[in-house]
Design a protein around this ligand. Structure first.
Ligand SMILES: [Zn+2]
Length: 562
């Protein structure tokens, strides 16, 4: 299917009364269904409605992120934010009825048991008593995004937004790296009170919601909101412990070797982005050139990625350039009504452009391959699984890195792998911090900064912020968007990376098999919970002992050779 161009895609904002009437009819038809077949037909109608509402919501959010200063987009997003909790209420009510259906066992046979497990988790995370809290939470998230997007920094006679400043972290000149980071962290330092106030309000709000819904704390609610079906707090804690005992020492070793190679007396924060004396390898061309190289890469990689990439380009489903007023970061969103995903990024001329691009392409491709899943809830799996698709594609595209980096491709691969290993301790630190925060929601802002410092010492003992006052005082976490906008999301990256690294090992031993496993995993969408999906691809769950050991050994061997 070739959709119309993105600029022509439009989903009118739903009218509350109409949606409520549609739901009333669905409920009446479900309750009066004479058999499982009739109930199935009702579910299919409901799924169409849910896809339309989801697409409207995603599109509204996307257009705001593309241009946060546009008053019409801002207003549309506010409208969406006000309406979404009430729509959620309707959908949660409908799911409650599905869970109580007399035909439940036949419906589970038809749609799979996972949907019922997901719905069970979803119905526990929403109740009309928290409607206003959910609206407020979304407003605070938008305030955080808007605040960061509004930053205008001056450096070396030029103006930059925050994402635009990140490229200097890789500058080979130490004084430039240092100066740019001083500027960037100076901005965060100047916003400290606002950032503390926004987060403090979020924590209070989330803790209150947990109480109203009958949870002991927001950690419990947070896990349910992340739809963790087949693992809990204890498994996650064990995994963090495994990263701390197995990966942190290797990461420290890699950083020591790097400091020696870069001839630095000690590795300060502003050096952490640099991996080679002459500067990190960078793509050898601009945005348009990157797109052309990507086209060649996917043509050779095959597996359907070639046609898919052509579709994204032709239909304008990529927004990769950075510009003023555009929100930072990169993500992939789903426009289910049109059967296509959309990729959002902020290219800045560094190797990160290639990494973000292959990452988001992994999400997008899985999304596309799963569009024919019978339920909206199966188009994406839970995030822990989603990030396997994205991070695995980063590794599966390794053999084509010559197209982007020329002779520096091997250097790129080594850095990519090193950064993956360095990421694991950081990722679990972000997770651990949030556990500390939500276990003691009454903590003061200063105590939260101290909590962050305690997890830094635990997982990232090499961190040295020198004269950067804000992060040296424990404020680093305020630049991590997920901590504000997506609580407990971050661990998912580390769980998925542990799986993606296994596929990396496999791709070096048996590439066709690794590729086949990858495609099967993409097609499976969200039909299974995390550990089952992982095992279905012949991978070891990150919660099983030894899984990290093998990956770490292989990576260490690779980095020591050559
Ligand atoms: Zn991702």
């Amino acid at each position: 299917m070739t959709p119309v161009h993105f600029t022509q895609l439009d989903v009118p904002a739903p009218h509350w009364d109409e949606v409520r009437e549609q739901y009333d009819r669905l409920v009446a038809d479900l309750e009066s269904a004479a058999g499982a077949d009739q109930a199935v037909a009702v579910i299919e109608r409901w799924d169409q409605l849910a896809r339309r509402l989801e697409t409207w919501s995603n599109l509204t959010h996307l257009r705001f992120e593309q241009d946060t200063r546009n008053p019409a987009y801002r207003e549309a997003r506010q409208h969406r934010d006000r309406m979404w909790p009430r729509l959620t209420e309707l959908s949660v009510d409908f799911k409650r009825r599905l869970l109580a259906s007399p035909f439940r066992s036949q419906l589970q046979q038809r749609f799979g048991a996972n949907a019922f497990q997901l719905w069970t988790a979803q119905v526990t995370t929403y109740d009309p008593v928290i409607e206003q809290d959910v609206v407020r939470e979304s407003e605070l998230e938008a305030e955080y995004t808007g605040l960061l997007a509004s930053a205008e920094l001056e450096f070396d006679g030029q103006r930059y937004n925050l994402p635009g400043m990140l490229k200097f972290r890789e500058d080979p000149r130490r004084d430039v790296r240092h100066g740019a980071e001083r500027e960037r962290w100076g901005w965060y330092g100047g916003q400290r009170e606002t950032l503390d106030r926004i987060y403090g309000e979020m924590v209070d709000l989330r803790h209150a919601m947990a109480g109203k819904l009958g949870f002991g704390d927001f950690v419990e609610l947070g896990y349910q909101r992340m739809l963790r079906i087949d693992y809990g707090r204890e498994e996650v804690e064990q995994f963090r412990q495994a990263v701390r005992s197995q990966v942190t020492p290797l990461a420290a070793e890699l950083n020591r070797a790097r400091a020696a190679e870069l001839q630095l007396p000690q590795l300060r924060w502003w050096d952490e982005g640099l991996f080679a004396t002459g500067g990190n390898p960078a793509p050898q061309g601009d945005h348009d050139w990157l797109i052309e190289q990507a086209r060649r890469m996917f043509a050779e990689l095959g597996g359907g990625l070639d046609e898919f990439f052509g579709l994204l380009v032709d239909a304008g489903l990529l927004d990769l350039k950075t510009r003023e007023g555009k929100a930072g970061g990169g993500f992939c969103t789903s426009l289910d009504l049109f059967g296509v995903p959309f990729i959002f990024a902020n290219f800045n001329g560094t190797k990160g452009d290639v990494e973000v691009f292959t990452h988001e392409m992994g999400h997008a491709f899985q999304n596309y391959l799963s569009q024919s899943q019978p339920l909206l809830d199966y188009i994406w799996p839970t995030y822990d699984s989603c990030e396997i698709h994205s991070m695995s594609l980063e590794f599966l595209t390794w053999p084509w890195m010559e197209l982007f980096f020329g002779q520096a491709a091997e250097q790129f691969r080594r850095i990519h792998l090193t950064q993956a290993l360095l990421f694991l301790p950081y990722g679990v630190a972000v997770d651990h911090f949030q556990h500390l925060v939500y276990q003691r929601p009454q903590a003061s802002a200063a105590e939260r900064h101290a909590m962050w410092q305690s997890v830094e010492r635990m997982y990232l003992p090499w961190r040295d912020y020198g004269d950067l006052e804000h992060p040296a005082g424990g404020g680093f976490w305020q630049s991590q968007r997920h901590i504000y906008a997506s609580p407990f999301y971050y661990i998912d990256y580390t769980l998925a990376l542990t799986c993606a690294l296994q596929l990396w090992v496999r791709s070096r031993q048996d590439r066709p098999r690794a590729m086949a496993d990858y495609l099967a995993l993409c097609r499976a969408g969200g039909r299974l919970p995390f550990q089952q999906l992982v095992r279905s691809a012949g991978l070891i769950s990150p919660f099983e002992p030894g899984c990290l050991t093998e990956v770490v050994d292989q990576a260490r061997d690779y980095l020591r050779s050559g």
